[in-house]
Design a binder for this molecule. Structure first.
Ligand SMILES: [Zn+2]
Length: 252
């Protein structure tokens, strides 16, 4: 990327912050160059034609030029604003969670991961159109774990490698998966996982999207699955995520 003075990028705006008097600093996830930071000049002026294109969670085509330290947005064209995500607070919360996971796990470097870019745009588009956003997010989490190399063990015990039987289990974030009741005794840092929750975790892990969307877990099981997944991500990040708390507040 550093060899080019100017290039086009297919990008999703992950976040932005104020920069100087009238500019915005954008954190972008691009198809071509992974995570990139760029300045949108004059984006905070009310009449700016660029401003509407560069809101968070927007899919845009950008022309970026190499400035002295950072890239500068010279042209912006909207591909999809995912409008429903802006009109419904719960959907906004889910979209923020999806973006936050990607932003926290993907380092700031020029490494293109086109398949991950596709997963992100597909997920935002599904959140904007599919009737059960909860399922969209669970499917996304499992695919993201695959990409990140943290696919959890759900079929054999993460400790003794024996096949997991249909009974209540434990989950070990440290060992990266389900731990059988035999190994679980005396091991620290385990969370309980019911047979029912395990069934759905496996379903999301092994099913392609359309199939994953057929799941209809009961409310209690949903909560359990969500707690395990978010807990696992938090463990991997070694710090608290901001967005689950936000989602909880919007829902109540
Ligand atoms: Zn075991």
């Amino acid at each position: 990327m550093t060899n080019f003075r100017s290039f086009r990028a297919d990008a999703v705006v992950l976040r932005h912050s104020d920069w100087g008097e009238a500019d915005r600093l954008l954190t972008l996830f691009t198809r071509e160059h992974g995570k990139v930071r760029a300045i949108a000049k004059g984006a905070r002026k009310i009449a700016s034609r660029k401003a509407g294109h560069i809101e968070p969670f927007t899919h845009v085509k950008l022309q970026l030029a190499k400035g002295r330290d950072l890239f500068i947005v010279t042209q912006a064209e909207t591909i999809d604003v995912y409008q429903p995500l802006r009109e419904d607070l719960t959907l906004t919360g889910y979209a923020a969670y999806v973006i936050e996971l990607l932003d926290r796990f993907v380092p700031d470097e020029d490494v293109p991961v086109p398949a991950l870019f596709r997963l992100l745009t597909e997920t935002l588009s599904r959140l904007a159109s599919d009737p059960i956003p909860w399922l969209v997010v669970r499917s996304y989490e499992m695919r993201l774990l695959d990409f990140l190399g943290f696919r959890p063990h759900l079929f054999e015990c993460a400790n003794c490698r024996r096949e997991i039987l249909p009974e209540d289990q434990h989950f070990s974030p440290l060992l990266g998966g389900v731990v059988c009741p035999r190994c679980g005794e005396g091991l620290p840092g385990l969370w309980p996982v019911s047979v029912e929750a395990l069934k759905y975790l496996r379903h999301f892990q092994r099913s392609e999207y359309r199939v994953a969307m057929r799941a209809r877990p009961a409310a209690g099981t949903q909560k359990e699955v969500e707690t395990v997944m978010q807990g696992y991500f938090q463990y991997l990040l070694e710090r608290e995520l901001n967005t689950p708390g936000f989602l909880k507040r919007v829902r109540s």
